[in-house]
Design a protein around this ligand. Structure first.
Ligand code: BES
Ligand code: MN
Ligand code: ZN
Length: 508
């Protein structure tokens, strides 16, 4: 989808020839002599419309307004959250099956924040996204163009910043969704590596793909153990985004890339097993984040690591009780072959050490227990580093891609003890998301580390079945917050007070 930004007066908006005009109306919309302001004021006065979030009013060929269809959508206090909801509902009401372009008016929102514009942009993408890759008659969304309209130059500046970030985020989100949604036979480890290689054509991104031989040479015995039950060869994908000098320590993102999780010999029940094609959503979020980085080119170094394979039962598959040796040298007793995510991640975490990272964040659809704990609203977040945990929590808030910090007390690791290896891959049922994180923590001792359990947030089931693209928004905001200049600017330069602003205007 294409986005453009225009600065227009209300009179010009009324004259804009479009078939769909969506106007976001805040609590105090102000007044004006033009037909649109008059119509809005009248609708509010008569009680037919309220500027509350979720309220809509549709009009057809309204007098003095050139647009064929007009929808007013209330946004209340114009918070990003309200804007997201209003754009979602408003687009649904204003577009019909043939609408190619929509004009979206933000001109009534008086101090427009970049975050609000980003929220509008991502909501447009969300409302028009359709998966088509494995359908024979592809009918992609007709909506191709959204024209964002602001009222003055100052708002145009904030809008431009939000728009650029939003467009990059949308590219990342859509890339992540596309690969996450593809069925497992259309998203094998090899195909996933191909998608990464495509990203390697973009500016400042390099991609290296390791196969079974190289992975064996590295001694990734735990990762290899998961892959040994399938004919589909594993891939270990290494992405680099180099936006800063080589001397700058990178952030490493590790994405779980199980392209299908049957559970292995500890096989899963049949119901909803198809959804285990989504078990590579962590990997997809890493790819999506790199897609967005390529767009924004921030001054950062980022490494992406994706251990990708299938988890299948078979004559060669690992059996409960098998003991394997991880790349770290620690031996692992595999008591449940369905706890495979941690087995592929632990070797990737050990591999991450070579980058001397400033932080490592792994992203994984790791446990059903996390879905029980937090549902589909917040991702589970675990961290050994308070500063990293705070940064991730803040990034979740600012991007509306929420997470919630969970505990890592050592007592939770008791159940991982075994008589036959250094550690077992499962503990009891209680606190399953936490014991999984405790397992990973053993392989993340040499850097600040965080783990995001996205089992509840990465996709939706039921009629709306499909990937959400989460946590690309969170990861992108976290990374952008690591750009040195942005950080020092935010902390050292106080925001100009209205008084100072007025003084500056008189001086000019
Ligand atoms: N990929 C699953 C986790 C999962 C399950 C995510 C359902 C979303 C919905 C993971 O590999 C898994 O099977 N975990 C087991 C761990 C258990 C055997 C300790 C689980 O959660 O049941
Ligand atoms: Mn599993
Ligand atoms: Zn899994």
């Amino acid at each position: 989808m294409d986005f453009e930004l225009k600065t227009l007066t209300r009179a010009r908006i009324c004259a804009e020839k479009t078939d769909a005009l969506l106007v976001l109306v805040p609590q105090e919309p102000g007044t004006g002599n033009d037909p649109l302001s008059a119509l809005t004021a009248l609708a509010v006065k008569s009680g037919d419309f309220e500027a509350k979030p979720g309220k809509l009013l549709a009009a057809y060929r309204a007098p003095g307004i050139a647009a064929t269809r007009l929808v007013l959508a209330g946004v209340g206090d114009a918070s990003p959250k309200n804007i997201r909801a209003a754009v979602a509902a408003g687009l649904g009401a204003v577009k019909n099956g043939n609408t190619q372009g929509v004009v979206l008016c933000l001109d009534l929102l008086d101090t427009l924040q970049a975050d609000a514009v980003r929220a509008a942009v991502t909501a447009c993408s969300e409302a028009s996204y359709v998966y088509t890759t494995t359908k024979s008659k592809a009918s992609p969304s007709k909506l191709q163009r959204v024209t964002l309209v602001v009222g003055d130059a100052e708002n145009a500046k904030a809008a431009k910043a939000g728009l650029d970030k939003g467009v990059a985020l949308v590219k990342g989100l859509e890339f992540a969704k596309e690969w996450a949604n593809r069925p497992a036979n259309h998203a094998t480890p090899t195909l996933l590596a191909g998608a990464a290689k495509e990203l390697g054509k973009l500016r400042n991104i390099k991609v290296e793909v390791l196969g079974p031989k190289e992975v064996a040479k590295l001694g990734m015995g735990s990762f290899m153990a998961v892959a040994q039950g399938t004919a589909e060869p594993l891939r270990f994908i290494v992405l680099r985004y180099d936006g800063a000098p080589k001397t700058v320590a990178p952030v490493v993102l590790v994405g779980k890339g199980i392209t299908f999780d049957t559970g292995g010999i500890s096989i899963k029940p049949a119901a909803e097993m198809d959804e285990m094609k989504f078990d590579m959503c962590g990997a997809a979020s890493v790819l999506g984040t790199f897609r967005a980085l390529a767009e924004l080119q921030p001054a950062l170094n980022v490494v992406g690591l994706i251990p990708a394979c299938e988890n299948m039962p078979g004559g060669r598959a690992i059996k409960p009780g098998d003991v394997v040796t991880s790349m770290s040298g620690q031996t692992i007793e595999i008591l449940n072959t369905d706890a495979e995510g941690r087995l592929v991640l632990c070797d990737a975490l050990t591999y991450a050490e070579r980058f001397k990272p400033r932080a490592v964040v792994d992203i994984a659809t790791l446990t059903g227990a996390c879905v029980i704990a937090l549902g589909g609203v917040r991702s589970g977040m675990f961290s050994t580093d308070d500063a990293l945990a705070d940064a991730l929590a803040r990034a979740g808030e600012s991007s509306m891609d929420l997470c919630w910090r969970m505990p890592l007390d050592d007592d939770y690791a008791e159940g991982l003890k075994t008589n036959f290896a250094d550690v077992a891959n499962v503990a009891g049922r209680a606190g399953g998301a936490i014991t999984a994180a405790k397992f990973l923590q053993r392989f993340a001792a040499s850097f600040p580390w965080a783990h995001l359990d996205i089992a509840g947030t990465a996709w939706k089931g039921g009629a709306a079945k499909g990937a959400t693209g989460r946590p690309v928004p969170l990861l992108l905001d976290y990374l952008l917050g690591q750009v040195p200049s942005a950080k020092s600017k935010a902390s050292t330069k106080p925001k100009a007070s209205p008084k100072a602003k007025a003084a500056a205007r008189t001086r000019a």
